[in-house]
Design a protein around this ligand. Structure first.
Ligand SMILES: *Cc1c(COP(=O)(O)O)cnc(C)c1O
Length: 236
């Protein structure tokens, strides 16, 4: 695979341990339980060997942003207790490849995609777990729905018996000081609480927010899943 760049496999187990410790410290600092926050290993551009090394070091959820790359990388399935999330833009014509490949589509951000996913899931008689990706900071060129559209998209997902809305996802703006991303993480959590209140029985337990540069701040604001690429696998 051309996208195999030099993951430093020798140091991977140490980095997993170091990130795990920082994640747990941040959780405890926020009055939460250590071990409660899931580290999602963002393996995009890295090889299957890097994924397998991260699995051996304890990572159980991986994330990819391209369907074709994931199809190639996971042609040989992962062990039963590991899974892969999709975190990149999903074109509707690729939806058919996502079922069975990804255990969660974190990047659901528009009605056409919701409809395509619901239709494909119905055809296959499965229920697809998804997150709604919200462009909280309304950055141009960033994927994710406009915050003003989020409520109606939540309604659309919830209306499909073939989709299961587990929570929300966001990518914070890239800022020099991660503290500057805090309002974005906080706003996603507030949105989640609002949707939870509006839909009885909808837990929306998952808040996928925080990356290599800002995960500790995200955990302070309630992240349940942090998506870590560079800090685990090295620079891309
Ligand atoms: C690449 C990517 C990440 C990981 O970013 P790092 O800075 O490498 O930790 C997280 N989330 C999304 C949606 C990404 O595309």
């Amino acid at each position: 695979m051309e996208s195999v760049v030099g993951a430093d496999l020798a140091g991977l187990a140490d980095r997993v341990a170091e990130i795990r410790a920082r994640v747990d410290t941040a959780a405890i600092g926020a009055g939460r339980a250590g071990g409660e926050v899931e580290i999602v290993g963002v393996s995009k551009t890295f090889s299957r060997e890097a994924v397998d090394a991260a699995y051996a070091a304890g990572i159980r959820i991986f994330a990819e942003n391209r369907v074709q790359e994931a199809r190639d990388k996971f042609a040989t399935p992962l062990p039963e207790d590991a899974s892969v999330h999709l975190i990149g833009q999903l074109q509707t014509n690729k939806v058919k490849y996502t079922i069975g490949l990804f255990s969660c589509i974190e990047s659901v951000d528009r009605l056409g995609l919701i409809e395509a996913l619901a239709k494909e899931a119905a055809k296959r008689e499965v229920v697809v777990p998804v997150l709604l990706q919200v462009n909280v900071a309304r950055e141009v060129q960033k994927s994710g729905c406009d915050p003003d559209e989020a409520a109606s998209l939540v309604d659309a997902i919830v209306a499909s018996e073939h989709l299961r809305l587990d929570g929300l996802m966001t990518i914070a703006p890239f800022v020099a000081d991660p503290e500057d991303a805090r309002p974005v993480f906080r706003e996603l959590r507030v949105m989640r609480d609002t949707f939870r209140a509006r839909h009885a029985g909808l837990a929306l337990d998952v808040l996928s927010m925080g990356m290599s540069g800002d995960f500790e701040v995200a955990i302070g604001e309630g992240a349940t899943h942090v998506r870590i690429g560079r800090a685990l696998f090295g620079s891309r």
